[in-house]
Design a protein around this ligand. Structure first.
Ligand code: NAP
Length: 362
């Protein structure tokens, strides 16, 4: 097999950790000797020792002379504070194949140079694009201290996310909704605006697939979230977070009522009468929330798009036309086509009866 094929196996292994390892990266590692995989491992929880070390330990055969494949450059220090690079060097492997350098390491810390100095052959950049894509949440967080943001929208053919009465159940197909639950299980958090909570009364949990619930974040400037809402009633996992204005800091009684229900409240400054979105993202990142799936509605989508705070859009288009209704977004202040915001089309899929379009901001 070629290096690319083994790296593909490492990537598939790494994917098994989706939704379980944040804020650490997804890692898959393989040991190959005489063109045979003799050991493998993937990161399965945030508190684990280095995945490469687990692969070394998993081997029942002599490691000497083997090749180690890993999608991400091993970190100098493992989570148990042992020097992961030293352990790999001491294992006497012959070669290490790395998908992509680790953005966390500065040039002096890079393990690649230490492997080379120890006489281990190093090959980097194997399936690099795929390796970066797999860890897009981690890369964004390490480079910017902000979470990776995906806007998930369900629209009709004519770009409406709800009818004139605000009803959006259901624009997209059952298959699309199942896929959304799968996404929720992979992102650290989902986020909605307070109007969507008032109209839709969503649970925002993972129910149609196996997987853990994400944190559930509501932008609620004036602390209007009803204690009778599904979000509050279904907060046994204590994953609900309300982002609200600093102006509410003295509303002790209301705050206590929420806190008694296990709700975390984060106070933020306002910007143009709404919560300061950039500051919201920064404070969520400080809590190790490194990926957010924004589920609407229109006003919240518009805020993200206007401030260029989204990384990606997942647009589910259902083959329906409403004519009137709530548009996908509005108020961007763009008057000419030449000033239109542009995106790169990454992928188009058919999910049930819907088209799923994946876009990245240019
Ligand atoms: N098809 C879909 O994909 C989809 C998904 C979700 C919802 N929906 C539909 O969308 C409709 C509700 O959407 P909507 O556009 O009226 O409201 P929304 O986006 O759900 O909520 C907007 C509200 O959130 C609060 N907010 C606080 N800070 C904000 C900020 N920085 N940016 C944006 N909002 C902020 C503001 O209310 P306060 O000032 O009161 O805090 C704001 O009015 C419903 O009809 C729902 O069914 C459709």
């Amino acid at each position: 097999m070629f290096d690319e094929s083994y790296m593909q196996v490492a990537l598939e292994l790494a994917k098994k950790g989706k939704g379980k390892v944040s804020p650490f990266p997804l890692v898959g590692a393989l040991l190959v000797k005489n063109d045979r995989i003799i050991a493998a491992a993937y990161r399965n929880s945030p508190n684990e020792i280095s995945t490469e070390i687990i692969a070394l330990k998993n081997s029942k055969e002599n490691i000497e002379g083997a090749t180690l494949y890993t999608n991400l450059e091993p970190c100098t220090l493992s989570t148990d504070k042992s020097d992961c690079v030293d352990t790999i060097i001491k294992s006497k492997i012959k070669k290490i194949v790395i998908g992509t350098p680790n953005p966390k390491l500065n040039p002096y810390e890079q393990s690649i140079n230490r492997f080379k100095k120890a006489g281990i052959e190093v090959k980097t950049g194997v399936l690099e694009k795929e390796c970066i894509e797999l860890n897009k949440f981690y890369f964004k967080f390490i480079k910017t201290s902000l979470p990776y943001v995906t806007l998930k929208m369900a629209t009709t053919l004519d770009g409406k996310i709800a009818d004139t009465k605000g009803n959006s159940k259901w624009i997209s197909s059952a298959e699309s909704r199942s896929l959304v639950h799968e996404l929720r299980s992979e992102y650290d958090a989902v986020m909605v605006g307070i109007n969507s909570v008032k109209v839709d009364n969503p649970k925002l949990t993972v129910r149609f697939v196996e997987g853990r619930n994400p944190k559930r974040i509501v932008l609620d400037t004036k602390l209007q979230l009803s204690l009778k809402s599904n979000l509050v009633k279904n907060n046994d996992d204590k994953n609900l977070i309300i982002l609200t204005s600093k102006k509410n800091i003295n509303r002790k009684r209301k705050i206590e009522l929420y806190q008694r229900k296990g709700i975390e409240i984060i106070f933020l400054p306002e910007k143009n009468g709404k919560l300061d979105l950039k500051k919201a993202l920064l404070s969520l990142a400080q809590k190790n929330i490194i990926s957010i799936l924004v589920e609407g509605g229109s006003i919240l989508f518009s805020s993200f798009i206007k401030q260029k705070l989204e990384d990606e859009i997942l647009l589910f288009i259902s083959p329906k036309i409403l004519g009137n209704g709530i548009p996908l977004c509005s108020n961007l202040g763009i008057k000419n086509l030449s000033n239109a915001l542009t995106y790169t089309l990454k992928e188009v899929d058919k999910i049930g009866d819907d088209a799923l379009i994946n876009l990245k901001r240019r």
